[in-house]
Write a protein that binds this ligand. Structure first.
Ligand code: ADP
Ligand code: ASP
Ligand code: MG
Length: 475
C-alpha cells in the first residue's frame, strides 16, 4: 500500500511546522508500507518563498539591481532559521547550510543576469521560481535523517517529465511513470522516505519547468499516479475543503466528502485550496484524495472520490474569482451568420488567453465571455482586428470589455437537475440587491456561475454562504 503525502507552504513554513510535518510522515509510516512525500517551498503567510523569488526576478528585469539582493537576505534568514531550529551542529547543519547558500548564490547570479540583459524569459522564471522547493526538501530530508530515518531529498526534475510549456508545463505520463518508479521504488523498498520537490519538473532534455502557481498539489497527484498510489493526501493549513474561503467567510465549514467533479469546479473557479489540475491524474487512476490540516491533524478533513454520496442537489460551497473582465461582441448583423463564434474564440486563442467562462447571451445579438482582466485590452484589440470588416459594415457594432467584475460559482452535484435551487440562489441575490450581470451553467452539471460587480463579491458570497449553511440547502 502506497501513500503520497503533499505538504504545502505553511506546513513547511518554519522549524516548528517542519516538526509537525515530520510527525505526520512518521505516523503515516505506521500504517502504510510506502510513504512518498512532496513538499512546497517554505511559506509562512504572508511571506511565501516562491513569491519572494519571483519578486526579485521581476524587479531585476525592470532595472532594479537592489531588491533581489534584499530578497537573497530574506531567503537566507527564512532558511537559516529553519536549519538552526532543526539540525544540530554536529550533524548535517553545515552541509545543508552550504547547499542553501549555493542556491541563494545561484539565485543572485541569475537575477543579476536578468538585470543586466533586461530579459526575463519564461524558462528563466521557472529556473528561478523552482528553487524554493529545492531548498525546503533538503532541510526536511536532513531533519528526518537526523532523527535516524533514511530520507532523501529528490528534485522532481529527475522524476516528472514535462513538455516545454514553461510556467504551466504538462506532464508526460508514460515517461514520468517510468522515471519515478526507477528512481523511487528501490528507496521505498528499503524503507526509505523520498522527499520530493513539488511544483517543478523538467523537459526530456533536463531543462527545469514549473507546473503553474500552486502546482505542488498537481505534483502530488502526478506522482501518485506514477507510483500507483492507493491514496494522495494534501496537507494544508485548513480543515479540508470548506463551504467558502475561510479568509473571506469566517463561518465557513469543512465539507466531509466531495466528488472529483465538484472539487474541480471549485478549484477552477478560485478555491485556492487545491490546484485545478490535481484531480485529473486521480480521476484517471481512481485514486482518492484527502485534504487535511497539518495544524489540526485529528480533524478528518475532506475526502474526494469518484462520486460523492448520492447527491440531492444540495449546495455545497461557494467560491469567487476577481480580477476578470467580460468581453462582449455585439451587433445586429451577427444574427444567423455562421462562424462568428468560431472566429471570436479563434482570435482569443491566438493571443494565448484562456477563456474562463462563456455566458448565455441575453439576446442573440451578442457573444459574451470572461477573460483575466490583464488580458482584456489585448483581447479587445485582437477582436477589433479580426472583425475589422464587420465593424466597418456595422454588422458588429461594438466590441468592449467590462472590468471590475467577478465570477461567483456555487457548487453541488445535481444542482442543475434539482428544481428550485437556482431560483433560491437568484432570490437571495435579488433580496440583497446584488446585480447579476450574467449567468452560466458550469461545464460539469454541478455548478452555477454568476457574474457580479467586483465590489458586490464579498456580500454576494456571504449571502449565498448563509443560504448553504443556515437555510436548509446545506451539505
Ligand atoms: P498550501 O500552501 O498548503 O498549498 P494554499 O494557500 O495554497 O496552501 O491553500 C490553502 C488556502 O486556500 C487556505 O488557507 C484558504 O485560505 C484558501 N481557500 C480558498 N478557498 C477555500 C476553500 N473553499 N476551502 C478551504 N480553503 C480555501
Ligand atoms: N511554491 C509554489 C507556489 O507558491 C507551488 C505551491 O506552493 O504549490 O506557487
Ligand atoms: Mg497550494
Amino acid at each position: 500500500m502506497t501513500l503520497v503525502m503533499k505538504f504545502g507552504g505553511t506546513s513547511v513554513g518554519s522549524a516548528k511546522a517542519m516538526r509537525e510535518t515530520t510527525d505526520l510522515i512518521l505516523q503515516a509510516r505506521d500504517t502504510w508500507e510506502d510513504v512518498a512525500v512532496i513538499a512546497s517551498a517554505m511559506g509562512s503567510k504572508p511571506v511565501k518563498v516562491t513569491d519572494l523569488l519571483l519578486e526579485g526576478a521581476q524587479t531585476a528585469y525592470r532595472g532594479d539591481a537592489e531588491t533581489f539582493r534584499q530578497v537573497a537576505r530574506q531567503l537566507r534568514e527564512i532558511h537559516y532559521e529553519a536549519i538552526d531550529g532543526l539540525l544540530s551542529p554536529d550533524g548535517e547543519r553545515q552541509v545543508i547550510l552550504a547547499q542553501i547558500e549555493r542556491f541563494i548564490d545561484r539565485y543572485v547570479a541569475l537575477c543579476g543576469a536578468v538585470n543586466v540583459l533586461a530579459e526575463l524569459t519564461p524558462r528563466a522564471l521557472d529556473a528561478i521560481s523552482g528553487m524554493g522547493e529545492q531548498m525546503s526538501v533538503r532541510i526536511l530530508a536532513a531533519y528526518l535523517r537526523e532523527l535516524g530515518y533514511d530520507a532523501e531529498a529528490i528534485d522532481a526534475t529527475e522524476l516528472i517529465v514535462t513538455d516545454s510549456n514553461f510556467q504551466a508545463a504538462a506532464p508526460q505520463v508514460a515517461e514520468t511513470r517510468q522515471r519515478s518508479q526507477a528512481r523511487l521504488q528501490r528507496l521505498l523498498d528499503r524503507g526509505g522516505i523520498p522527499i520530493v520537490t513539488g511544483f517543478i519538473g523538467a523537459t526530456a532534455d533536463g531543462v527545469t519547468t514549473t507546473l503553474g502557481r500552486g502546482g505542488s498539489d498537481f505534483s502530488a497527484a502526478i506522482l501518485g499516479q506514477a507510483l500507483d498510489a492507493d491514496e494522495v493526501w494534501i496537507w494544508t493549513d485548513v480543515d479540508g475543503v470548506m463551504t467558502a474561503d475561510p479568509r473571506l467567510v469566517p463561518s465557513a465549514r469543512s465539507i466531509p466528502t466531495l466528488s472529483f467533479r465538484e472539487v474541480s469546479e471549485l478549484a477552477y473557479y478560485g478555491a485556492k485550496v487545491l490546484h485545478p489540475k490535481t484531480m485529473r491524474p486521480c480521476v484517471e487512476s481512481g485514486i482518492p484524495l484527502r485534504i487535511k490540516n497539518t495544524f489540526n491533524p485529528t480533524h478528518p478533513g475532506t475526502v474526494i472520490f469518484e462520486e460523492a454520496v448520492e447527491s440531492n442537489g444540495a449546495l455545497k460551497a461557494v467560491t469567487a474569482i476577481k480580477g476578470v473582465s467580460m468581453i462582449t461582441v455585439e451587433g445586429k448583423g451577427m444574427i444567423g451568420v455562421p462562424g462568428i463564434a468560431a472566429r471570436t474564440f479563434g482570435a482569443v486563442a491566438r493571443l494565448d488567453v484562456s477563456v474562463l467562462l462563456i455566458t448565455q447571451a441575453s439576446s442573440e445579438q451578442s457573444i459574451c465571455f470572461i477573460v483575466p482582466e490583464v488580458s482584456a485590452a489585448a483581447v479587445v484589440g485582437g477582436l477589433e482586428a479580426a472583425f475589422a470588416e464587420e465593424l466597418q459594415r456595422r454588422d458588429i457594432e461594438r466590441i468592449w470589455s467590462q472590468d471590475a467584475i467577478a465570477i461567483m460559482t456555487i457548487v453541488g452535484a445535481g444542482i442543475q437537475r434539482t428544481p428550485g435551487i437556482a431560483g433560491r440562489v437568484f432570490s437571495v441575490l435579488g433580496d440583497h440587491r446584488v446585480n447579476v450581470i450574467a449567468i452560466a451553467q458550469g461545464s460539469s452539471e454541478c455548478g452555477i456561475s454568476v457574474v457580479v460587480d467586483a465590489e458586490d463579491t464579498g456580500r454576494a458570497v456571504g449571502h449565498i454562504h448563509d443560504l448553504i449553511v443556515y437555510q436548509g440547502a446545506a451539505v
